[in-house]
Write a protein that binds this ligand. Sequence first.
Ligand code: ATP
Ligand code: MG
Length: 254
Amino acid sequence: MADAPVLRLDGVSKSFGGLDVIRNLSFEVARGQRTALIGPNGAGKSTVFNLVSGVYPVTAGRIRVNGQDITDVPSRLRMSRGVSRSFQNIRLVPHLSVLENVLIGQTPRISRLAEVLYPVRLVRNSHWKREAMGALERAGLAELAGSQVDDLPYGVQKQIEVARALLGGADVLLLDEPAAGLNPEETEELRERLRNIADQGTTLVVVEHDMQFVGALCEHVVVLDFGEKIAEGTPAEVRREPRVIEAYLGSDAE
Ligand SMILES: Nc1ncnc2c1ncn2[C@@H]1O[C@H](COP(=O)(O)OP(=O)(O)OP(=O)(O)O)[C@@H](O)[C@H]1O
Ligand SMILES: [Mg+2]
């Protein structure tokens, strides 16, 4: 389905115990559309990513990727359906190398478990290793492949996470606060990199608090508050919405 939206949520709800965290949420992301998901702390942004990537099952509603219903597809198979993501908090293994960390990110796609468990230096020039090196090269991180992750600055670790999430050749890449904790220079660099990634055909959905970053990168914004969509449009449009202004003034997010 070439003209189906890359991502589509229809009436998605999620409750934890009695707490309604996402309420009847619907939105679409067109192919190539750089989209931001914003909202005050606790609005439900990370939960949306957890539902789309299958970390949690939905309580109600349907999720489609490229027109295919993936609502009941197990998390480990969603990468092969075109969904990839990074996490809000860095999820790298500190004492492993950069290359090993990128390879570990591929475990859902690798059926031969042995290939994952071998120390990387013993893995022959496997398909996976070549692919991982290719991703690091595209990210400009190739010379760090053998470095231990915890020896590297935080900004570089965030870049490794993006490189790893990209590796599966996903159609839609979900990035949860990729710029958090970066200095202005690193933020600018990341924005450039994400723009390139999008230009090469990956559809980006970014959760981000930095509205300047959102305005500079994204053309489509979905605003959540208490698990509900309160606005949708271009960055300029949503900034003018009274409900958005109210939501942000009533919180400590800005
Ligand atoms: N596994 C869980 N069990 C119970 N409640 C949860 C769980 N995950 C999230 N929540 C609750 O859901 C709400 C939304 O959380 P979520 O992490 O999605 O917000 P967020 O918009 O990503 O916030 P932030 O900007 O702080 O990252 C919060 O009230 C949170 O406490
Ligand atoms: Mg979050």
